[in-house]
Each structure stands twice: as structure tokens, then as C-alpha cells.
Design a protein around this ligand. Sequence first.
Ligand code: NAD
Length: 361
Amino acid sequence: MSKNVLIMAGDGIGPEIMSQAEQILHFLNQDEGLGLEFDHAAVGGAAIDSDGVPLTDAALDQARAADAILFGAIGGPKWESLEMAIRPEKGLLRLRSELQLFGNLRPALLYPQLASASSLKAEKVSGLDILIVRELTGGIYFGQPRGVRMLENGERQGYNTYVYSESEIRRIGRVAFEAAMKRNKKLCSVDKANVLEVTELWREIITDLSQEYPQVELSHMYVDNAAMQLIREPKQFDVMVTGNMFGDILSDAAAMLTGSIGMLPSASLDQNNKGMYEPCHGSAPDIAGQGIANPLAMILSAAMMLRYSLGFGATAERIEQAVSRVLDQGYRTADIHTEGTNKVGTEEMGNAVLTALKSTH
Ligand code: NAD
């Protein structure tokens, strides 16, 4: 049965890096008979230019109908003076909320060849491969009531509500256990169960869920300790699962361990593992149109899509190995370039990955 992928390249470097990911997908589609079909839709500034809105209803319908969405990046100075409601970012936010993409997967993977780019000592991070699973549509960022109120003594008080229902915890927990099953079968759940009742419930539900995944080794860690351990001994982790706010902070810290934003893919999944896949970085208007952007985060996002939404884990691994091979061969875009390596542009890097793929089966 064929599977439909919606390509949304977006703005800035989005189309440049997307065309590299697309040529790789087209090659693999043919080489392995994956049965993928591709559609395209405008999003962000590109959609504002063509249709007056950052995401048309028709594009949203295409996204709903697709099995997975590959997303480039959106935004740029050209659209920054527009009113908030029709800014490029709204297209992305609408996609996330309409498709109920509650499960955010952010790998922090450091290819050993790039260990010197990290802010930690190379031996601490070389070969680092963590997956952070962050709940994306609940928790304190969305809890009601919220606001700033006036107290009787005339002082203002800000307040937010940290809430998670059992079903919300269970569904993100399931995403994390399933991800762990596809990796090294170790899951660390991060909470603050010693202080916050909401995360006491979190711990209880995750523990309960673990009975369905006896092969996964589950541990629990308080968030303060998790932050410390990420810096101290990051390679102890395989998959980490946590709520929206803790995940926001920990995933950025983990990303920095890898040194380069041009290398990091991400996924946002719904209940049925349908997902949207995109690089962690933005549209990089400062380098757009110069042909120097690093396409690897985009290419690795395509690999994640094959693994998590389309069920082609071995093909995903083939892409990841090809990326590792071109790094071995010394190819580097400007953002990861160091002395003694071969500085290349976007197309050359994409072509090098394609060549590496063609020499493997
Ligand atoms: P950015 O991630 O676009 O760029 C930050 C820095 O990293 C820049 O110097 C850029 O040149 C560099 N960089 C990013 N990706 C790179 C790549 N693949 N190769 C080489 N270098 C790369 O963040 P920003 O500058 O804060 O934002 C620029 C625009 O992107 C803004 O309009 C912002 O709103 C938007 N944005 C979009 C997304 C998204 O589409 N998901 C995410 C973040 C920012």
C-alpha cells in the first residue's frame, strides 16, 4: 500500500535543504520500492506570498490526509512586520494544534567525527545518542487558570497551573516506550515527584505503563538531577520522557551538547504515530540563497520520518550511516567546518550523502 508524504519546504533555507532531502527520498523510494508518493504545499511566508495566509485550509487538509509531513523552516524579515495573526509562525502552530501533535521527539545525536564542536570534552560526548520525548500540548504552558491578578494587599501576583490528566500522561508515555523499543530499550522518566503532585501522578502512570513494556528498563529521575546528569555523564541516557516545560529546557541543553544546530532533526507525533518532521533550526535568513546551509538536519528528519511514521527503520538507518560516512570522508558545511576538513556547500553535501547511499544496500 502506498504512503503519502506531504512536503512543506517553507522559507529561507527551507527549499534549499528540502531539495536535498527530496532527492535522497526519491532515490530510496526507487531503490527499495518503498511505495512513497509525494505532494507539496506552501507554508509560512511562501504561503502568505501566494495565498495571503500562512497556511491555507486546503494545505491543512492535505496535511490531514498525508501519512507524514516533511517540513523545512518558516519565517524571515520579509514577514516580520505583519500582524501576529498572519505571521509565518502561525502556519506551523496551526499545523501542530490541528493535527494534535502532542509527542515531540528531539534526538541529541553527536557523530563522533564532530565531537570537537561540543562545549563538553570530546570523550564525554563522542557517540552521544539521546532521544528526548517531550509532551508538547499540555502541562503548565497550557494549564488553566493562568494570568496576573491583584491581591487584596494591592500587590500583583502571577500564576499558572501545572496540570496533566492520566490520559495525557499515558499517551506520551506510550510514545516514549515505543521509541525505546526501537532503540536501546532504556527509558528515563523525568519528574519532580518529591514536590509536585502532578508529577507524582506522572510517575505512577509511567510506572503502570511499564508493565506493558517488560523489555524496557525504566528509571525515574528528578528534573534537577537530570539536568546535572546530562552535563556530567550524558551517555548514560537512551530515551528520556518528560512534560512540556521540563522537556523544553532539557532538550535545548541536550541539543547544545552536540554543538551544531545544523545537524539536529525533530519529530512531532500524534496518537497514531503520524507525524511532522523538521530540523530543529529555523529558516536562517542570514545565509539563505547562498547555497551554504547544512542540509543534514533536514536529511536526518527524513530518516526519522521513515522510522517513526512510515515503518522503514532499516532505510532510516541506511541514511544515518550514509551521513556518518560523508563525515568520515571529511565533508563539512560551513557551520561544522574545522581545519583540515573539506568545506562544501548545500548541494555538494546532499550529493555526497546520495553517493554514499548508492554504494550501500
Ligand atoms: P535560525 O535557526 O534560523 O538561525 C540561527 C543561526 O544558525 C543562524 O546564524 C543561521 O545561519 C544558523 N543556521 C541555522 N540552520 C542552519 C543550517 N542548516 N546550516 C547552517 N547554519 C544554520 O534561528 P533565527 O535566526 O533565530 O531565526 C530565523 C528565522 O527562522 C526567524 O524568522 C524565526 O522565526 C524562524 N524560525 C523558524 C523555526 C521553524 O521553522 N521551526 C524555528 C526557529 C526559528
